[in-house]
Design a protein around this ligand. Structure first.
Ligand SMILES: Nc1ncnc2c1ncn2[C@@H]1O[C@H](COP(=O)(O)OP(=O)(O)OP(=O)(O)O)[C@@H](O)[C@H]1O
Length: 263
């Protein structure tokens, strides 16, 4: 870990009607860490992610990000569709892939914004467009190979088991050369073997692709095994941010979980 902040939430808040879903939340994620964001149901985790990824724009406070060029940018200045070009990619709780396309085509869609050639050049398949397509395809194959699913590249996404879908989603994020990947409940719906495999994959991509990982997850075993640090929130407010060992001993965190139906 290099102790360089890649993401800084400064007094972030978000209200739905009269409900304060996120309240004055400040936290810093260092470059190269795997950080878990935990909290009981309704604690505000998804809302935090939606603020960071700019799905919500009407939040209070600031969210600073060290982009691909190493500049600190305020994510508020970017639309939800633009944050990926800054180096921030995400996966979704309910896997969002194009089911009627092949696995490799789903990755090519993930890398589309890196094409310098436009639609007309692609329609007429100019030499430059062909070259770019070839390079992207090669990149996609390298990523699929590193995740152990290259042999499936020409299969449709539809009908693939959940464990494979999660891998494809992670593979697709890598097409954009992200610096930070946000994973929304990556282990949800996976069996024990798939969860173990996913843990290995996340560790491996962190190392091989030099990415920082921020994830929300309800599977505490997974979070505590995988994460370097864990941030706990409740009622949208900061509770603690520490190593997994310390978080498990933290009285405020224990009470937050024991106080609800989330034991
Ligand atoms: N779009 C919305 N409109 C109104 N209220 C919302 C909306 N999204 C979330 N909330 C409310 O904000 C609070 C935080 O919800 P959020 O989904 O962020 O929590 P969470 O920690 O991700 O929960 P879970 O672990 O159950 O997914 C909850 O009380 C929820 O009902």
């Amino acid at each position: 870990m290099s102790n360089v902040p890649i993401l800084q939430l400064q007094n972030v808040g978000k209200t739905f009607g009269g409900l304060r879903a996120v309240d004055q939340l400040s936290l810093t994620v260092e470059s190269g860490e795997i950080v878990g964001l935990i909290g009981p149901n309704g604690a505000g985790k998804t809302t935090v992610f939606n603020c960071v990824t700019q799905f919500y724009k009407d939040y209070d406070g600031d969210i600073l990000f060290q982009n691909k060029e190493g500049q600190i940018v305020n994510l508020r200045d970017y639309k939800v569709t633009q944050v990926i070009s800054q180096g921030l990619a995400r996966t979704f709780q309910n896997v969002e892939l194009v089911k009627d396309l092949s696995i490799i085509d789903n990755l090519l869609i993930g890398g589309h914004y890196e094409f310098t050639t436009g639609i007309v050049q692609h329609i007429f398949m100019t030499p430059k467009a062909r070259r770019e397509e070839r390079q992207m395809r090669q990149k996609a194959e390298t990523i699929l190979e590193s995740l152990g699913i290259l042999h499936l590249k020409d299969f449709y996404v539809a009908g693939q088991p959940y464990g494979i879908l999660k891998k494809i989603e992670i593979a697709r994020t890598l097409m954009s050369d992200p610096k930070l990947i946000i994973l929304d409940e990556p282990a949800a719906g996976l069996n024990d073997q798939e969860t173990d495999e996913l843990e290995q994959i996340i560790r491996q991509i962190k190392k091989d692709y030099n990415v920082t990982i921020l994830l929300i997850e309800h599977d505490m075993g997974f979070v505590m095994n995988l994460c370097d640090r864990v941030c706990a929130i409740n009622f949208g407010r900061f509770l603690a941010f520490d190593t997994p060992e310390m978080i498990q001993k933290n009285q405020a965190v224990i009470e937050a979980y024991l106080g609800g139906d989330n034991v």
